[in-house]
Design a protein around this ligand. Structure first.
Ligand SMILES: [Mn+2]
Length: 360
């Protein structure tokens, strides 16, 4: 066909459609990969140069972690069905970043430019902060060392641009590369606030969702007096972990403490603890701290924080010097209605709002 006639046919077709008031063109959301949009339709940053001027950079670390081979407690991620006798086989945190991004479309920055009235009645995130999505770390399932090397590289790009990493996990090993890279950039100390149902105070294995805080203390810039855990509960805590927590002497709040004091008091105290004499604060949200009524968890432990409590706590903490934030242990395969993924997207938005509020 004559190329000129091809073009004319297309133009006539478009004119006919326009006369019938059909939508003239599709607006494509920025797509990260497959059917996954960028976080809240923020621009995709596909190179370090594209991070320039960003105040917050979302990055996924879809790493399931390393499992211990005890069929009564944990099982290898690749084993399906669970081995005989397994009472605790749930996985799927590697699908967390995609699920959070899909649900974040509800908070598209194109919709209200990041208007978050609860954070502040006049807050419009994009008036203060450039938000970008730096994609995912190319994880290597089962190879924690290589995965963390790759994570280091992407996180270093984000910090070099002066942006705060908003990290979507992955299991609870994924804070390790984040605070390792952060520690290298700081002159002073780093405070850490952890939301979790569990102590996670193992010393070994080296890189594991359970020994991550030992690796934080190893850095030399995280002191127990600036370390806080919120939401511990249930009948699965380890006596060893408790003994270690008391040896270290850091402050932790069980759910019973939260009930007694109220989440606002707990969050305010945590902010003061994590920022006393420190240069910056890292916040880690293991989504299993939220009540499993929402579904979607690797390690559901009933009677956790409500959605309102976790958002309120993050709002208070995000007024502090947040240098990094992660959400981990979402298991989308158990999030049948998507409500926990939605809450995770909302949690990330709340932290970004707090960062925006501190910018001119
Ligand atoms: Mn946990």
């Amino acid at each position: 066909m004559d190329p000129k006639k091809v073009r004319e046919a297309y133009e006539r077709g478009a004119a006919t459609a326009a006369s019938r008031q059909s939508r003239p063109e599709r607006v494509m959301a920025p797509i990260l990969h497959g059917d996954v949009p960028t976080f809240a339709e923020a621009p995709a940053a596909s190179s370090p140069a594209a991070l320039e001027g960003a105040g917050a950079a979302v990055v996924g670390i879809p790493f399931e972690g390393v499992k211990l081979l005890d069929p009564l407690t944990y099982a290898p991620a690749s084993a399906a069905p669970a081995p005989d006798g397994s009472i605790y086989y749930r996985s799927g945190a590697d699908a967390g970043p995609d699920a959070i991004r899909r649900h974040s479309i509800f908070y598209s920055l194109r919709h209200g430019r990041g208007f978050v009235p609860e954070a502040d009645p006049d807050l419009v995130i994009l008036d203060h902060l450039r938000v970008v999505d730096y994609g995912d770390v190319a994880v290597v399932p089962g190879d924690v060392e290589e995965t963390f090397l790759r994570a280091h590289a992407k996180l270093a790009d984000i910090l070099a641009a002066g942006a705060v990493p908003i990290v979507l996990g992955g299991d609870h090993s994924i804070p390790i590369p984040v605070f390792q890279v952060l520690a290298g950039k700081l002159n002073g100390k780093l405070g850490i606030v952890v939301f979790d149902s569990h102590f996670d105070m193992s010393y070994e294995p080296k890189y594991w969702a359970g020994s991550q805080w030992a690796r934080a203390f190893d850095l030399g810039v995280v002191e127990p007096e600036n370390f806080v855990q919120i939401g511990l509960r249930g009948g699965r805590e380890s006596l060893v972990d408790k003994a270690v927590a008391e040896e270290l002497g850091y402050r932790y709040y069980t759910m019973a403490d939260v009930d007694e004091l109220g989440i606002a008091t707990v969050a305010q105290e945590a902010l003061e603890t994590a920022t006393a004499g420190t240069e910056a604060m890292y916040v880690s949200l293991d989504i299993d701290v939220v009540d499993p009524a929402h579904g979607g968890q690797k390690y559901p432990d009933p009677a956790g924080l409500s959605a309102r409590e976790v958002i309120r706590a993050l709002r208070i903490l995000a007024r502090g010097p947040v240098a990094g934030f992660d959400i981990c242990c979402l298991a989308p395969r158990y999030d049948l209605q998507g409500h926990l993924s939605q809450l995770a997207a909302r949690a990330a938005l709340e932290v970004i709002a707090g960062i925006a509020l501190q910018r001119p």
